[in-house]
Write a protein that binds this ligand. Structure first.
Ligand code: PMP
Length: 393
């Protein structure tokens, strides 16, 4: 009868464990390449100036914290859609619901997809560690294909296209819009066109995970591949996270959007997402979304945000350039880090050596070998690479 006694012990999240171990490490030369948040050159993850300005504005003008509803803030949804999808939004009707972060959006999308028990969702591996767990938690069937080869640091686009060609009509396919976590691998315009053609031809349903817009090549550029697919297909879903692009991590800010041909069907879709929200968390936290709306509705705050995001992107690009040179000296293929996008790259390293790097050198990365390049200062890249080099596989 003892419920809690009978439970299976759950493994703690490795990245959260790493944070604690890193904090407890007294060595001065320690380097945290583990945690998945942006860091500036002083190692901090600051509140953006545009966010502070919006919070100030909200403090002065917000008159009530009464409930809004499961769909969240309509102004946030409208302004964010404009930013992510552009004015034309692929020439298709779109409808959305505010969610607790990108994770909440993925979970709601998963609930809809799981209504058809024959449907599979196809996921390229490796991917963000939570993806498979989210889809498994709603009982969705998961199919995987190899997306990336660590040795050559290249995306296995042909394996992906073959998998999609063999998928059943109605199957879903998860695609990261840009700045792939954990590989940083980008797709060419041609790759996206090939993907779009197969998805349209086979009647597949794309679910985009857009969690790093603006940190790859720019706000518009990072959405271009996704928009070309949405334009070509019947229906699509998009999970947007504002955690990285607005540095709002703990405010749990995101949205799920649906694209299709009929506004009435989209509204029904959002109604279904809202009903899942209602039985799970009732309604999303308001503060982060109010901040995003206040930024995007005000040209001067929006410009401040765009400038800050650009600064972050340029810093990441600078680190990547230095890392390509430094790691490339140990493995020529690792020069590929320079043309990858976003915060993450995947090093060829054994779990054993990842542990040894932590113990012997105070260099922290998860056993998978994923590194957050923003965890380094440009001027430290060479020395960090010197220490990691001998441990590479
Ligand atoms: N998708 C990807 C690819 C991610 O890396 C993350 C966060 N690390 C998320 C979604 C979810 O972000 P959040 O729920 O914090 O908005």
């Amino acid at each position: 009868t003892a419920l809690f006694d009978s439970l299976t012990e759950q493994k703690p999240d490795q990245l959260l464990e790493l944070i604690a171990k890193f904090a407890a490490d007294p060595r001065s030369g320690k380097v945290d390449l583990g945690v998945g948040v942006y860091r500036d050159e002083t190692g901090r993850t600051p509140v953006m100036k545009a966010v502070k300005a919006a919070e100030h504005y909200l403090w002065e003008t917000q008159e009530s914290k009464s409930y809004i509803g499961p769909e969240g803030d309509p102004a946030f949804l409208r302004m964010l859609a404009l930013e992510v999808f552009g004015e034309r939004h692929a020439g298709k009707p779109v409808a959305g619901i505010q969610t607790p972060g990108g994770t909440g959006a993925l979970r709601l999308a998963a609930e809809l997809l799981s209504l058809d028990k024959r449907r599979k969702i196809w996921i390229g591996t490796p991917t963000w560690v939570n993806h498979q767990a989210i889809f498994a938690s709603v009982g969705l069937q998961i199919g995987t294909y190899r997306f990336f080869d660590i040795g050559t640091q290249t995306a296995l686009v042909d394996e992906m296209l073959t998998t999609l060609r063999n998928a059943a009509p109605g199957d879903a396919v998860l695609l990261q819009a840009s700045c792939h976590n954990p590989t940083g691998a980008g797709l060419s315009r041609q790759n996206w066109q090939d993907i779009a053609a197969i998805i349209a031809d086979k009647g597949l349903l794309p679910l985009f995970d857009s969690a790093y817009q603006g940190l790859g090549h720019g706000l518009v550029e990072d959405a271009a591949g996704m928009m070309s697919v949405i334009e070509a297909v019947g229906e699509a879903m998009v999970a947007v996270s504002c955690s990285k692009s607005f540095s709002l991590y703990r405010e749990r800010t995101g949205a799920a959007y649906l694209f299709g041909d009929l506004q009435a069907s989209l509204n029904k879709g959002v109604g279904n997402l809202a009903s899942h929200a209602r039985t799970s968390y009732s309604m999303p936290p308001a503060h982060g979304a109010a901040i995003v709306a206040a930024i995007l509705q005000d040209p001067s705050r929006r410009q401040t945000w765009v400038d800050e995001l650009n600064e972050m992107r340029i810093r990441i690009t600078d680190i990547r350039r230095a890392a390509a040179e430094a790691f490339g000296q140990f493995r020529p293929e690792l020069a590929g880090i320079g043309s990858q996008e976003g915060m993450f790259s995947l090093l060829p390293i054994s779990p054993e050596n990842a542990r040894r790097l932590r113990a012997e050198h105070g260099i922290y990365m998860p056993d998978s070998g994923r590194i957050n390049v923003a965890g380094m200062r440009v001027e430290d890249v060479a020395s960090v690479a010197e220490r990691i080099g001998p441990y590479l596989a």
